[in-house]
Design a protein around this ligand. Structure first.
Ligand code: GLN
Length: 310
């Protein structure tokens, strides 16, 4: 399933009710009852969110436009999304897209659904680079390792002043989705994103970069059972799990990242909240980084580790 494209959006809603066209409120009611019957809590809120996502309008729009007509194609798309949620799919896969910073990204089971906390990883990178390059000079090259849907790389390419952005992923399937997102976001991008297939930093070869960003897999095998089923049973294991301690990918990023970062370059990692201090210690002990720090996400959990290459 795809999100409605911006060009088709105008065709999907209209302000006047035409005969045979369902209204926002009738579609929401119909979706809500399906969701409610399946035991999904907050069914009406979810139904409203599904319709908003399908129409690519703000979440509040359906609430403010209850009598607007909904094109039957959109109504069918929304119904299919609700049916996928009834089967247990997470919201992002059900509607086929997710908002990430300024971008609207398509997602399906080939990629991890970008989380709101990862928006903060991007935010922090942009703030730090702005601070270092106050004189308006370009920022060099950023690399997003394990890009998945392309969320981090595409945001950096659209919001930063990088001269080039590289995005790597071990999964060709993920890169297919990321490339679709790159072409959907083309007008927002200041530079092209260079997608490269391969494990972690391997696709960089010896190339030195100014920013090494990653939201790697960081869940341990032992933690698998404690994940919500909508994550465990739906999202790609390659994007979630990283060895018996959840740190296999992170360790490699710290170790090999030191080779690929230029002096003064920024290492920016998303980590599991239970292992943030462990990762910070690991980065410090490596001996090639300075200014090692842990940042919190909006829920106050230790979620990011930042460091500069000496
Ligand atoms: N943050 C994800 C979760 O909560 C895990 C993503 C990852 O391993 N990078 O399930």
């Amino acid at each position: 399933m795809r999100c409605a494209t911006p060009t088709s959006r105008t065709a999907l809603v209209s302000n006047t009710v035409q005969q045979s066209k369902p209204t926002v409120s009738s579609v929401v009611e119909q979706l809500a009852s399906k969701l409610h019957l399946a035991g999904i809590t907050d069914a009406r809120r979810t139904a409203t969110d599904i319709l908003a996502a399908v129409l690519e309008v703000p979440r509040l729009w359906p609430v403010m436009n209850r009598e607007a007509a909904v094109d039957s194609t959109a109504a069918v798309t929304a119904t299919r999304a609700a049916e996928r949620m009834v089967k247990g799919a997470p919201f992002g896969y059900a509607v086929g897209c997710v908002a990430f910073r300024h971008l609207n990204l398509v997602v399906d089971e080939r990629v991890l659904i970008p989380r709101p906390e990862t928006e903060l990883l991007v935010e922090e990178i942009l703030l730090r680079m702005e601070k270092v390059f106050r004189n308006g000079r370009p920022w060099g090259t950023a690399a997003d390792i394990g890009t998945g849907s392309g969320a981090i790389a595409l945001s950096l390419a659209s919001e930063g002043r990088f001269q080039s952005v590289i995005a790597t992923d071990a999964s060709n399937d993920a890169l297919t989705v990321a490339r679709i997102n790159a072409s959907r976001s083309a007008t927002a991008l200041r530079v092209r994103v260079d997608f490269r297939q391969g494990s972690l930093l391997a696709p960089l070869g010896g190339q030195k970069v100014a920013v090494l960003a990653s939201n790697p897999p960081y869940v341990s095998f032992a933690e698998m059972d404690s994940l919500p089923p909508s994550v465990r049973d739906w999202e790609p294991p390659i994007a979630l799990f990283s060895g018996h301690d959840g740190l296999a990918a992170t360790k490699e990023l710290v170790r090999a990242g030191s080779r690929n970062l230029m002096t003064g370059g920024l290492l920016a990692l998303e980590v599991d909240e239970r292992r943030a201090s462990l990762v910070a210690e690991m980065v410090m002990r490596h001996g090639t980084y300075m200014d090692v720090g842990v940042r919190l996400d909006l829920a106050g959990r230790e979620r990011f580790v930042f460091a500069s290459r000496i």
